[in-house]
Design a protein around this ligand. Structure first.
Ligand code: ACO
Length: 435
């Protein structure tokens, strides 16, 4: 809060009203218009929240023009190169990077919660084997509240912490179970002697007949995907989690709402949509057809978008994309895939698009999902599972944001208002008399 204020004048002669201006640590100041309706009887109109700060948060900061992303003040570049995912989880959940003792404690708590109730596998059997993994994940995560009713009180800090650890620990197990179910293979139980990312990859790729030997480069790539997707301020799915939990519902239900929101192709579904776009171009003729594809994207009458490009906040570059691009090349080299036709196509499309005036003038650059899809595909994750991996990584951010909201003294149920433009009050004419 500052002593600064701003005054809103109305051209219709209504009295001017003054509002406080709030200042954050960094970033634009915000005008506190909470009293606007009380003072003027008017609302603000801001569909898509283009100019609205929905909350006060200490977790993540983004400067879209500078291409800067900070978790609790630490630049994403340093976190991605100096920490592992569980250290980042500690940072997001508890406000600071862990000491070695705190790190060991978090690791042991996560390990001890990584198995899911055995009954979960019978629940999973109710799904069709060809169900989309995000449909399955929405159901499984919501169902956790039925399996762990001892930690569903959102207003109890201890229970919230247990459900946070449960969610972070069980998401890899659930995503891997959803995958194994879809391919008809036996589930692989988590192993306590593996790191978080390696354990997930083992549950995905091992079978009871053959163990999985983790490849360090690929495990590091997976861990980096988790770190880069762990939180991203008040994006659509995070705002969904906050809104859902603002009613006091349980944490599992709120995170399931986040999973559902993330599924959309304009959000977390972009990496899957990006790979499907690459497959389509490949089917049409590959690199030779990029020109035609770009022409369709630019055509005002088409709805075709270059998936994995553009971002609501980053208008110069997405710092996560830079890191993921690096990882992408490391993984392709490690696996000897640089000459694979699909990956060559992805790199050719990226090169042409970043130099094209249509994209440059609109400040459309590759976002993290352009590369994370390619990395996951190279690692062997099926395309339809990409968004579930994103949900796994984002779970910690959703929980940190939910905890912050519940403990905020200014917390109230989320209840936006509207500009109503439907019919004015009218009377019902009995059915027989209607023309
Ligand atoms: N391909 C082609 N044109 C695009 C793209 C794209 N990917 N993204 C935006 N544009 C165009 C729009 O048509 C518009 O053009 P116009 O000025 O001629 O009308 C202009 O660029 C501005 O775009 P907006 O839609 O206003 O940008 P907005 O901030 O609302 O949308 C969004 C951002 C949703 C991410 C959009 O860029 C998009 O759909 N990208 C593809 C999907 C994607 O990759 N999403 C992942 C986001 S990152 C994440 O969730 C982790």
């Amino acid at each position: 809060m500052t002593d600064q204020t701003t005054t809103l004048d109305f051209s219709d002669g209504s009295p001017a009203v003054t509002f406080p201006i709030l200042t954050g640590t960094v970033g634009p100041e915000v005008i506190d218009i909470r009293a606007l309706y009380g003072k003027t009887g008017r609302f603000t109109y801001d569909p898509g929240f283009l100019s609205t700060a929905s909350c006060n948060s200490k977790i993540t900061f983004i400067d879209g023009d500078k291409g800067e992303l900070l978790y609790r003040g630490y630049p994403i570049e340093e976190l991605a190169t100096r920490c592992d995912f569980l250290e980042v989880c500690h940072l997001l959940l508890y406000g600071d990077l862990p000491t070695p003792a705190q790190n060991a404690d978090l690791q042991s708590r996560v390990i001890k919660h990584s198995m899911v109730n055995e009954q979960m596998q019978f629940f999973l059997r109710g799904f069709r084997r060809d169900a989309h993994p995000m449909a399955v994940m929405t159901g499984l995560v919501g169902a956790l509240s039925a399996f762990y009713p001892d930690s569903i009180n959102l207003h109890d800090a201890h229970q919230r912490d247990i459900s946070a650890i449960r969610l972070i620990a069980k998401m890899p197990t659930l995503v891997a179970m959803a995958y194994k179910y879809s391919v008809g293979q036996p589930y692989m139980y988590p192993r306590n002697d593996q790191g978080y990312a390696a354990n997930f990859m083992r549950m995905m790729f091992a079978t009871p007949c053959e163990d999985y030997k983790p490849n360090e480069v690929l495990v590091r790539a997976m861990d980096r995907i988790f770190i880069l997707h762990a939180d991203h301020e008040q994006n659509a799915s995070t705002s969904t989690v906050r809104m859902c939990a603002s009613s006091g519902t349980n944490p599992f239900a709120a995170i399931a709402a986040g999973v559902a929101c993330l599924w959309g192709p304009a959000h977390g579904g972009a990496n899957e949509a990006c790979l499907n776009m690459l497959y389509d171009i490949e089917r049409e003729g590959g690199i030779a057809k990029i020109g035609e594809f770009i022409a369709r994207v630019k055509d005002k009458n088409s709805t075709v978008k270059l998936m994995g490009f553009g971002h609501r906040v980053y208008k110069n570059y997405d710092p996560r994309a830079k890191l993921m691009r690096e990882t992408c090349h490391e993984v392709l080299s490690e696996l000897g895939l640089h000459d694979d036709p699909l990956f060559k196509l992805a790199m050719a499309l990226e090169k042409i698009a970043v130099e094209d005036d249509y994209f440059v003038s609109r400040k459309l650059y590759p976002n993290v999902d352009y590369y994370s899809g390619i990395v996951q595909k190279a690692i062997g994750i099926p395309v339809s599972l990409f968004t579930a991996v994103f949900a796994l990584a984002r779970t910690v951010g959703w929980i940190a944001q939910l905890n912050e909201m519940i403990t905020d003294p200014e917390y109230r149920i989320g209840r936006p208002r509207q500009l109503y433009s439907g019919a004015a009050r009218r009377s019902v004419i009995p059915l027989a008399q209607r023309a």
